[in-house]
Design a binder for this molecule. Structure first.
Ligand code: NI
Ligand code: MN
Length: 226
């Protein structure tokens, strides 16, 4: 499984030869200025919630690639108004079987308005189950006991967790989330993009290390294999 970091909470993950793109926010991100958004591949675009820093490039990439967008009902309605046609609306608790594996929408504790101020529905996280691996993409969320359900029902091989604090959980709570989801292999997201979420990366890595867990902080544009 190849994982490419496009900055903030945006990742491309190749699952069974399909390109999944999570929370596309690239062109407004100064830190991601070396990424050409026109080259980003997508067969599926998964959107956790409506905030600008998760959806900014969704319409353009969806139209260019004709990728299937997976999002909640309210974002489905909004994207449809922007002329995006290939969308599969879901909501928390729902699971679908796709050609690369399963997508299950899980709870996220956050808010969700769309860039024009309209209602973005409820924020979600995603659990991807596939033959290659299972992983959890948390979206923007606080630490919540609901995460225990995620680890109870299947093995989570690795997870994308927000660690920037302020708008989401920070490093200390992300370490507790590892125990809730029963997974020690974490890729950090939602940090350093803006002033509110600047972290001390060295300290974050050390804290995970001391608790017997692994935090990976990718460089923007970097690809790793899982
Ligand atoms: Ni948000
Ligand atoms: Mn955010």
């Amino acid at each position: 499984m190849n994982i490419t970091y496009y900055g903030h909470s945006c990742f491309g993950v190749e699952v069974n030869n399909k390109h999944l793109l999570f929370d596309p926010f690239i062109s407004p991100n100064e830190l991601a200025k070396n990424i050409n958004v026109n080259n980003v591949k997508a067969d599926y675009i998964l959107i956790s919630h409506g905030h600008e820093d998760h959806i900014a490039d969704a319409v353009a990439i969806a139209k260019r690639t004709n990728a299937k967008v997976i999002c909640n009902w309210e974002i489905y309605v909004w994207l449809n108004k922007q002329g995006v046609e290939n969308i599969h609306p879901m909501n928390i608790g729902g699971k679908i079987k796709l050609d690369f594996g399963n997508v299950k929408c899980v709870n996220a504790v956050h808010s969700s308005s769309l860039p024009d101020g309209s209602n973005g529905g409820n924020p979600m996280g995603f659990v991807i189950e596939s033959k290659e691996a299972n992983f959890y993409y948390a979206g923007d969320t606080a630490l919540t006991y609901d995460m225990k359900l995620i680890g109870d029902y299947r093995k989570i091989n690795f997870a994308f967790l927000p660690i920037g604090d302020n708008f989401t959980m920070g490093v200390d709570n992300a370490i507790i989330a590892c125990d809730f989801i029963n997974c020690k292999d974490i890729i950090g997201m939602h940090y350093d993009t803006f002033g509110f979420i600047k972290i001390n990366q060295e300290e974050a890595l050390q804290k995970f290390n001391h608790s017997g867990k692994k935090l990976t902080l990718l460089k923007i544009g970097e690809t790793i294999q899982k």
